[in-house]
Design a binder for this molecule. Structure first.
Ligand code: FPP
Ligand code: MG
Length: 335
């Protein structure tokens, strides 16, 4: 099964999709694809077969999303917690991933046709080196595509991602790229693995479990969360429509919450800049009062300098990440 299942929607599905599309549509949907093993048990098949069918369902879901003009999808494919499962199951999941990423390299034409960019988000160093290398090749092969985005969270948990972002900022301070006062909610956001994506509008978890299990905790604070009882391999186009309907029913309150948060962030940044400028002026001006205009100019200069430092730091961070992938794909990389 390839990454995007070919095929058109049925007439009834097309009709329903068009009705849905008359309302506000989520642009970015995240999935916790849960229930593969219960499905395997229910169907009396091997556990690994449940995961394989889980992948096939992902490919089908991606096609539905494209048909619904949803151009960004993020999936929880392997949590760091999943390493605690039996060796046999973990090895099986690693093999499945390797097979699918190798397959992806074979079907580049199809991905190019749809303009699909595949990103893998997580701590790749936790994975076997052969899988790291295949993933890096797949990511590099599709990174210039920009019509739709599939973010595969693999060896991922949200807490690990946030802790990593904090470490990256500490590294930036250590290297003298940023100042400790530049650390902010907005900067942390830009240090996450998900920094290239807008936050998901809708997060769907299947199998009846009603928790986030350390998935996108930071990114979904203002997203619509939908919990559905269907097991992931049995997910249907109609289940997806139902989740989107819930999103549409809650659209106004979600927008309002996002607007309030965005405004709050701007105010936070302005207050932080003001406080830093006050400190600076107090030191430099020997406590002499400064007129409002000079204060305003100092504030603008401070904000511009901060932004320059931040951009330089983010550039260095990107370079570090690119080098990691380039090293893995170079023919001389240690296997
Ligand atoms: C959760 O069901 C599913 C997983 C831990 C694995 C998800 C992986 C896939 C669907 C394959 C994706 C692969 C790639 C390469 C993208 P579960 O195992 O927790 O089942 P249960 O809840 O019934 O126990
Ligand atoms: Mg589960």
């Amino acid at each position: 099964m390839s990454w995007i299942r070919e095929g058109e929607l049925s007439l009834l599905e097309r009709l329903s999709a068009n009705i849905l599309k008359a309302g506000p549509m989520p642009k970015h949907v995240a999935f916790i694809m849960d229930g593969n093993r219960r499905y395997a048990q229910k169907k009396h098949v091997e556990r690994q077969e449940g995961h394989t069918q889980g992948f096939d369902k992902l490919a089908e879901t991606l096609r539905w999303c494209l048909n619904l003009d949803i151009h960004e999808v993020t999936v929880y494919a392997f949590s760091i917690e999943n390493f605690k499962r039996s060796k046999e199951e973990v090895d099986g999941l690693m093999e499945l991933a390797k097979e699918k990423f190798l397959r992806l390299l074979d079907e580049q034409e199809n991905l190019e046709k749809h303009g699909v960019c595949i990103r893998v988000l997580g701590d790749l160093t936790l994975l076997p080196i052969d899988l790291q290398r295949v993933i890096a090749k797949a990511v590099m092969a599709t990174r210039s595509h920009n019509k739709c985005f599939l973010n595969v969270c693999f060896a991922y948990t949200s807490r690990h991602e946030i802790a990593n972002a904090v470490k990256e900022m500490a590294w930036g301070v250590e290297q003298g790229l940023i100042k400790s006062g530049d650390v902010s909610e907005a900067l942390l956001n830009q240090c996450l693995y998900t920094s290239s994506s807008p936050n998901p509008d809708l997060l769907i978890r299947t199998s009846g479990e009603v928790r986030l299990s350390d998935f996108l905790l930071w990114q979904t604070s203002h997203s619509c969360l939908v919990f559905q009882s269907v097991l992931w391999p049995e997910y249907s186009f109609w289940n997806l429509c139902e989740a989107i309907l819930q999103y549409q029913q809650n659209y106004r309150s979600l927008q309002k919450a996002q607007d309030i948060h965005r405004e709050g962030q701007k105010v936070q940044q302005l207050e932080a800049d003001r406080s830093h400028v006050s400190d600076l002026l107090q030191h430099r001006g020997n406590g002499k009062p400064m007129d409002a205009r000079a204060r305003q100019t100092a504030l603008i200069n401070y904000a511009e300098n901060r932004e320059e430092r931040v951009q330089r730091f983010l550039g260095a961070l990107q370079h570090k990440r690119d080098t990691f992938f380039e090293h893995l794909t170079s023919p001389t990389a240690v296997a």
